[in-house]
Every structure is written in structure tokens, then in C-alpha cells.
Write a protein that binds this ligand. Structure first.
Ligand code: AMP
Length: 132
């Protein structure tokens, strides 16, 4: 499969690795948009959270926590934003599951939270549709 993140996992494409477990790789995002922008990916290919197997997902989230604690505990950051797009409709551009880890410092001015335009439907109408 021609997947850039699979190639990074296999080492075919180089990356700046930050942390690795049996099922997860965390490496620097090359976007150059925010200092310390990281991506955490499952080593086994899946497209996004919708098709990710349970072992990969558990390991991925534990790795995200480990790295987040490292950033705040040892690297001078105060918090993190965790971002994910699952599906093209959500803005996913690379079709291999990834969680963006954005390290944050108080007053850093980074705008990592979307400015939503406002809900279009009454909240109870949506609640009845989506509750499990
Ligand atoms: P998304 O739009 O959520 O699918 O994010 C995809 C991310 O992958 C973007 O932030 C890209 O900068 C990043 N990206 C794409 N190719 C590479 C690469 N070879 N190494 C590191 N990051 C990459």
C-alpha cells in the first residue's frame, strides 16, 4: 500500500522519532506550523478511529499520554492539544490514523481550537438522533 505513514513506520521514509512502542510510533510533523508538533500513529495500518483495532487504539492512546506527560513534565510545556480528523469530511488529509500532539505554553498565542460557526439545529433534535 502506498501510505506515507506506513513508510515512516517501516523506515523506508525517514522521520524524527520521538517515542516508540510495539504498536505505536510518535514522530515530528514536518508542517513547520507549531514548535513541537508531533504525530502519534499506530504501526498497523488503519485509516482512522472508525476502523482502528482495539490493541492499536489502546496502545496509541497510552503512548499519547506518555508523550504528553513527558512534554509537560520534562520539556517546559504547560499543556497539550490533541487533534484528530477521521474522514475526509472532517479534514483528514493523510489516510493513516494519526493524533496530532500540539505542545502548549501559557500565553503562546497558538490558535489550536476551532472557531465554530454555531449550531444549526436545536440541541434536543440532535440529541435524540445521536444518543446510544
Ligand atoms: P491531517 O490533515 O490531520 O490528515 O494531518 C496530516 C499531517 O501529516 C499534516 O500535519 C502534515 O504536515 C503531516 N505529514 C505529512 N507527511 C509527513 C511526513 N513525511 N512527515 C511528517 N509529517 C507529515
Amino acid at each position: 500500500m502506498d501510505c506515507i505513514f506506513c513508510k515512516i513506520v517501516s523506515g523506508e521514509v525517514p522521520s524524527r522519532k520521538v517515542y516508540e512502542t510495539a504498536h505505536t510510533l510518535v514522530f515530528m510533523d514536518v508542517a513547520g506550523d507549531v514548535d513541537g508538533h508531533l504525530l502519534a500513529v499506530p504501526k498497523k495500518h488503519c485509516k482512522n478511529i472508525l476502523d482502528c483495532d482495539e490493541t492499536s487504539l489502546r496502545d496509541l492512546m497510552l503512548a499519547v499520554k506518555e508523550v504528553s506527560n513527558h512534554l509537560v513534565g520534562h520539556c517546559g510545556y504547560d499543556g497539550v492539544n490533541l487533534l484528530n480528523a477521521s474522514g475526509e469530511s472532517a479534514g483528514q488529509s493523510v489516510p493513516h490514523f494519526h493524533i496530532h500532539i500540539i505542545p502548549r505554553k501559557t500565553g503562546d498565542g497558538v490558535n489550536a481550537w476551532p472557531n465554530f460557526a454555531g449550531a444549526k439545529l436545536p440541541i434536543d433534535e440532535v440529541w435524540k438522533k445521536i444518543r446510544i
